[in-house]
Ligand binder design. Structure first.
Ligand code: ADP
Ligand code: MG
Length: 247
């Protein structure tokens, strides 16, 4: 494949009179880890929603893996290898950790079929992934009993069950403690290098995003105000002004 794996061209989304995302151009190359940052309300989650089909953009196009996906449904986009993790965890609290993994496997045809027995391959993969994210010891525990950080890790593991080409993560580090944060950085890197998952992540925690991202895009008031390496972004006056609330 030539060209970026994901691109947005002039993507715009309005809510009534508010332009939440304003003609944003963005490109992610296959194999990259890209950060998307910006003050609260900048339009980051809305842009994710437009990319993954949760919202229809008013204008602009989204391309993934060589195809225009602008009008595709969420399910179709997910089945084609572009998966999304949410800001608030969506694990099933009453199911065990392993059951959560197996539900994620049964969703890969776009339908949740918890009644269909999981295949041996899915079980093997679930156990392998749980070992990889260090939750194998908790496989039989109800997910709702784990810490918030562990639930976030589980959600990450669930995302990997479908072997995505690309994973979009909305504030994966939100609300998790520093030691869990270091693990998450390690697992994201490993997923990127060993499993060849391209990653686009929204993150509030600057230290985390500067550490993990190859490149960063910055949004403010719906507009892209900067892009570059972590070092370039840290030294960009427009970015500092946006975070300090100066126009
Ligand atoms: P971020 O993720 O960068 O914090 P959001 O994308 O959530 O920002 O929000 C961007 C702007 O769009 C905010 O002003 C927010 O209030 C508004 N917004 C987001 N979703 C909706 C919605 N469904 N309806 C109306 N306004 C929305
Ligand atoms: Mg958000």
């Amino acid at each position: 494949m030539s060209g970026p794996i994901l691109s947005t061209e002039s993507v715009t989304k309005t809510f009534g009179g508010l332009t939440a995302v304003d003609a944003v151009d963005m490109e992610v190359e296959e194999g990259e880890i890209v950060g998307l940052i910006g003050p609260n309300g900048a339009g980051k989650s809305t842009l994710f929603n437009c990319i993954t089909g949760a919202l229809d953009a008013n204008e602009g196009t989204v391309r993934f893996d060589g195809e225009e996906i602008t009008d595709w449904t969420q399910d179709r986009i997910a089945r084609n290898g572009l998966l999304r993790m949410f800001q608030h965890t969506r694990v099933y609290g009453d199911m065990t950790v392993r059951e959560n993994m197996l539900v994620a496997a049964s969703e890969d045809d776009g339908l949740t079929n918890v009644l269909r027995p999981p295949s041996d391959a899915a079980r093997t993969k679930a156990d392998e992934l749980l070992a990889y994210i260090g939750l194998d010891g908790l496989a039989g525990v109800r997910a709702g009993r784990m810490s918030f950080g562990q639930q976030k890790l589980l959600e990450f593991g669930m995302g990997l069950m479908a072997d995505p080409q690309m994973l979009l993560m909305d504030e994966p580090a939100g609300g998790i403690n520093p030691s869990m944060l270091n693990k998450l950085i390690e697992y994201i890197r490993e997923a990127n290098t060993d499993r060849e998952v391209t990653i686009l992540l929204i993150e509030h925690n600057m230290e985390f995003v500067m550490e993990v991202a190859d490149r960063i895009y910055v949004l403010a008031h719906g507009e892209k105000i900067a892009e570059g390496t972590p070092e370039e972004i840290q030294n960009d006056q427009r970015v500092l002004d946006a975070y300090l609330g100066r126009e």
